[in-house]
Design a protein around this ligand. Structure first.
Ligand SMILES: Nc1ncnc2c1ncn2[C@@H]1O[C@H](COP(=O)(O)OP(=O)(O)OP(=O)(O)O)[C@@H](O)[C@H]1O
Length: 330
């Protein structure tokens, strides 16, 4: 379990150019779930993860892992493992040497090193020097290191970065399995399709603040708009009869159009009323990407407001992640 309470981090505090990376956030990443951490570049995801792993100190507030600040645990590696910087290894060591060294400094036996090498598919390259590793091999080595202590909590910052499709699928299955075993998994990724298949819960950050904290499906339902695909012999008549202030009708071809703002049931009834012959009436589900982009787009367009659901979604104008003054990276 990871718990942040009113957590803030300002870099360069006291200098002429302070930079608040994390701005008073509170959230819980619960056991047994994959919690997806989303947000544009510079939103504060990596900083929050580093704070959780005790690699940086909060300016104010707290973040705990399994009830205690990470560094206060007697055997921290057994509490939480993290993939934060896949390149953070000594390039002259072999993968196996790197893992053995890490294991020995934490009282972890060689058998566990063999296990994590097996789990991460590094068996064929564990005797090679890390400097010869591809990005994908480095990611696997990072994940192997994170798993060494068999921790209850995993923090994975962009773990699929650089992996081929087989590797991406492997990370997805591994994270799902780790959560199914009752562990807490906090996962960041810019790959929306991957996040949609992996996460149970989402926390969306923008400019250091929480924009959304809710189950994945609720986020998609709350932020996405429902669309319905209609195919009919009487497209022109039905399109005319559906026109209303809150309804958008977009024609595709002579028989097909898409409706936003009315559900399939209402469209079916209207078709019956005017005697239109329907061939297809398909509700189209929003994707996570649609919802994410719509959430941020709306905030910029309307300069206020947000979305209500079973959790929190709010966007103030100056928090809009793709607003005009948004910093694209560091
Ligand atoms: N060590 C540092 N010193 C100064 N500023 C920093 C430092 N680390 C991060 N920042 C700043 O804090 C903000 C948040 O950065 P962070 O890396 O946490 O964002 P992120 O959401 O992980 O972004 P990305 O998706 O690009 O990885 C950025 O403006 C960044 O420039």
């Amino acid at each position: 379990m990871i718990t942040a309470e009113d957590l803030s981090k300002t870099y360069g505090a006291g200098t002429s150019r302070p930079r608040t990376a994390v701005d008073g956030i509170s959230f819980t990443a619960a056991p047994g779930k994959v919690t997806g951490f989303l947000g544009p570049n510079g939103a504060g995801k990596s900083t929050t993860m580093r704070l959780a792993m005790g690699l940086d100190r909060p300016t104010s507030g707290t973040i705990t892992v399994n009830g205690l600040p990470f560094s206060q645990h007697d055997a921290p590696l057994r509490q939480a493992g993290a993939v934060l910087d896949a390149g953070a290894t000594h390039p002259g060591r072999t993968g196996r040497q790197h893992l053995r060294l890490l294991a020995s400094t934490h009282g972890i036996g060689r058998q566990r090193v063999d296990e994590v090498i097996e789990m991460t598919g590094l068996g064929s390259v564990d005797g090679r020097r890390v400097k010869s590793y591809s990005l994908g091999m480095n990611q696997r080595l990072g994940i192997a290191a994170a798993l060494l202590g068999d921790p209850a909590t995993l923090i994975l910052d962009e773990p699929v970065n650089g992996l081929d499709p087989e590797g991406v699928r492997w990370v997805r299955q591994l994270t799902r399995q780790l959560a199914a075993e009752g562990r807490t998994v906090l996962l960041s990724s810019h790959l929306m399709s991957e996040m949609a298949q992996t996460a149970d819960h989402l926390i969306v950050l923008g400019r250091g603040r929480i924009l959304a904290d809710m189950p994945l499906q609720d986020f998609i339902d709350a932020a996405g708009e429902s669309r319905v695909l209609v195919r009919t012999e009487d497209a022109a008549d039905l399109m005319n009869s559906l026109s209303a202030a809150e309804v958008t009708v977009t024609g595709h071809d002579a028989e097909t159009f898409e409706v936003t703002g009315l559900d399939a049931r209402s469209i079916g009834r209207r078709a019956r009323d005017i005697g239109a012959v329907l061939h297809e009436l398909t509700p189209l589900r929003s994707s996570l990407e649609d919802s994410y982009l719509r959430l941020t787009h709306d905030a910029v367009e309307h300069r206020s407001g947000g979305l209500e659901s079973s959790g929190t979604v709010s966007l103030a104008p100056d928090e809009a992640p793709n607003g005009p003054d948004h910093e694209e990276g560091r």
